[in-house]
Write a protein that binds this ligand. Structure first.
Ligand SMILES: CC(=O)N[C@H]1[C@@H](OP(=O)(O)OP(=O)(O)OC[C@H]2O[C@@H](n3ccc(=O)[nH]c3=O)[C@H](O)[C@@H]2O)O[C@H](CO)[C@@H](O)[C@@H]1O[C@H](C)C(=O)N[C@@H](C)C(=O)N[C@H](CCC(=O)O)C(=O)O
Ligand SMILES: Nc1ncnc2c1ncn2[C@@H]1O[C@H](COP(=O)(O)OP(=O)(O)OP(=O)(O)O)[C@@H](O)[C@H]1O
Ligand SMILES: N[C@H](CCC[C@H](N)C(=O)O)C(=O)O
Ligand SMILES: [Mg+2]
Length: 487
């Protein structure tokens, strides 16, 4: 594509050099640029893309987009005010504005995004609609599963994924929209049909600084939608957002159980492996069954139902899709092989998620509830003592251990969790090594117990320092049990 074509309509501060050149590719990382490409220099949190212009030129960049004046020769230099924002516009144009041709559904909120997106995908597929998915566990283009390194990819990668979805004739895409992505303009050029809000509780305060900032970031999604905004009004922030959305031209659809919502559930029945309820909507009442446990599954189910209802999906397909979904990896996932006691792996990594999952699991514990968990390093520190306190309140025994310590001293993280734990009468041990912590939990378990291993869910690695080691809670629990003759 001609560079002039790519830049059409953009506010450019200065162009130095030839703008009639052909651009074959675009990139924001000098380490993987192709020939005849445009390199977008992003000022980051760790380093600054402007420092890698020479590297970029050596690898094939013939144009660079910058935010500040730079001294370079032999390439076209385009200066704009904000390269992150420009990246979203350029990426969308480069790939032919793919989000316009997709039925795009965005799900935001602190907890439940991944779970809700899988439910929506299953319902849409039940209707015969080819559906892409973008989120924490993996990205899906049709039947092809691809690794995901973040919940919501950079604008460039995101637009490329949409384009790839259209190439396999996908009709819809359901994606998680993280607060980081809304703040860092990754979804700037996405044209959403439906936006879903699950809930908001403290998280990512390292990045957003205040809850108000965090809420405002999430809220941005609902100004980018055209068909419907689906909001959980049992959530206090959801209620506030719904109030603010009332005057928007995009219709609002509310869901909830406690409040007077348009989409609601009554007669909720929960078992160790499932939930069922009577769904009440303005048009019909139907019985819904899901083979996933937990009260939060009712909420995620209502969110998915409301999103599909707003798209006029037939209730038969909604029911069938939800009934056929076999759980989501690492979300209340039972390690099946255990007989005397249950071992459950869950991705709860926020105070609210941990409290919800512990409450749900406690209802089904015939004996002790043993919790193994930690908190990630280089992330929000305020949640650590709060999660310690929650674990202490609901568990009969807690093993505080490492999550992904990243570059932090893991013992320092565990100490912060312990501070909260010590506010309770909870019995606990601190075992830094996660494998050893799981060994201890398994050895402490007796008939009727439940062991909840929380925080890492589907993750198949552990990040210690800058190194990534293989580690999968589900596999590790099984390995230990086999070694010790437990199963
Ligand atoms: C806080 C945050 O989101 N950071 C993201 C951001 O990093 P950054 O802006 O600090 O980038 P940087 O590392 O300083 O580098 C600046 C620029 O120089 C470039 N560079 C760097 C080195 C080099 O040799 N050549 C080069 O060109 C980089 O590609 C980048 O464009 O841009 C980088 C490049 O796209 C991302 O990799 C990085 O995500 C990091 C890995 C991250 O951990 N992000 C997490 C916090 C995140 O985004 N999480 C959310 C929410 C999760 C949830 O709740 O579900 C998510 O959506 O995943
Ligand atoms: N609606 C909900 N409300 C509260 N907690 C929930 C809800 N849904 C799921 N959880 C808990 O949160 C954990 C993470 O769920 P899920 O992966 O669906 O959320 P997410 O919003 O995608 O998280 P992330 O921010 O990491 O992408 C689950 O393992 C469960 O413990
Ligand atoms: N999406 C979350 C995942 C946290 C998972 C936990 N295992 C950790 O590493 O902190 C984040 O990026 O903060
Ligand atoms: Mg997620």
């Amino acid at each position: 594509m001609l560079l002039t074509e790519l830049l059409k309509g953009m506010v450019i501060e200065e162009i130095v050099g030839n703008d009639k050149i052909n651009i074959d590719d675009i990139g924001y990382d000098s380490r993987n640029l192709k020939k005849n490409s445009l390199f977008l220099c992003i000022k980051g949190f760790k380093t600054d893309g402007h420092l890698y212009i020479k590297d970029a030129i050596r690898r094939g960049a013939t144009a660079v987009m910058v935010e500040r004046t730079v001294e370079v020769e032999g390439v076209t230099v385009i200066r704009v005010k904000d390269t992150r924002k420009a990246m979203a516009a350029i990426a969308s144009r480069f790939y032919g504005h793919p989000s316009r041709s997709l039925n795009l559904i965005g799900v935001t909120g602190t907890n439940g995004k991944t779970s809700t997106t899988y439910m929506i995908k299953k319902i849409l597929e039940t209707c015969g609609k080819k559906t892409g998915l973008i989120g924490t566990i993996s990205n899906w283009i049709g039947e092809e599963k691809m690794d995901a390194s973040r919940t919501t990819p950079e604008a460039l990668d995101l637009q490329r994924l949409f384009k790839n979805m259209l190439e396999v004739e996908a009709d819809s895409c359901v994606m998680e929209v993280s607060s980081h992505s809304l703040e860092l303009q990754r979804v700037e050029e996405c044209e959403f049909k439906v936006g879903v809000f699950t809930n908001l509780t403290p998280e990512h305060l390292d990045f957003h600084k205040t809850l108000e900032d965090y809420r405002n970031a999430k809220k941005k999604l609902f100004y980018k939608t055209s068909l419907c905004n689906v909001i959980n009004i049992d959530d206090l922030d959801g209620r506030k957002i719904a109030e603010e959305m009332k005057d928007l031209s995009t219709p609002l659809l509310t869901y909830g159980i406690r409040e007077q919502a348009e989409i609601t559930a009554r007669n909720i029945v929960m078992t160790m492996t499932s939930v069922s309820f009577d769904l009440i909507t303005p048009k019909y009442t139907e019985k819904i069954e899901l083979n996933i446990p937990g009260m939060f599954t009712v909420y995620n189910g209502l969110a998915a139902i409301a999103a599909c209802y707003s798209m006029n999906i037939d209730i038969k397909n909604i029911k069938k899709g939800l009934k056929n979904l076999r759980g989501v990896a690492g979300r209340l996932e039972a390690v099946e092989e255990f007989k005397d006691f249950a071992v459950i792996v869950d991705y709860a990594h926020t105070p609210d998620a941990l409290e919800n999952v512990l409450k749900s699991v406690k209802d089904f514990t015939n004996n002790k509830l043993i919790t193994v968990f930690g908190c990630g390093g280089d992330r929000d520190q305020t949640k650590r003592p709060v999660m310690g306190e929650i674990a202490g309140i609901y568990s009969d025994l807690t093993i505080i251990t490492s999550d992904n310590p990243r570059t932090e001293d893991s013992m320092k993280i565990l100490k912060m969790i312990e501070e909260g734990m010590n506010k309770t009468k909870g019995k606990y041990h601190v075992i830094e090594d996660r494998r050893e912590a799981i060994v201890f939990a398994l050895k402490s378990a007796t008939k009727g117990d439940i062991i909840l291993i929380a925080g890492k869910g589907h993750e198949t690695y552990q990040i210690i320092g800058d190194s990534v080691f293989e580690f999968d809670d589900r596999k590790v629990a099984l390995e230990i049990a086999k070694e010790d003759g437990i199963i």
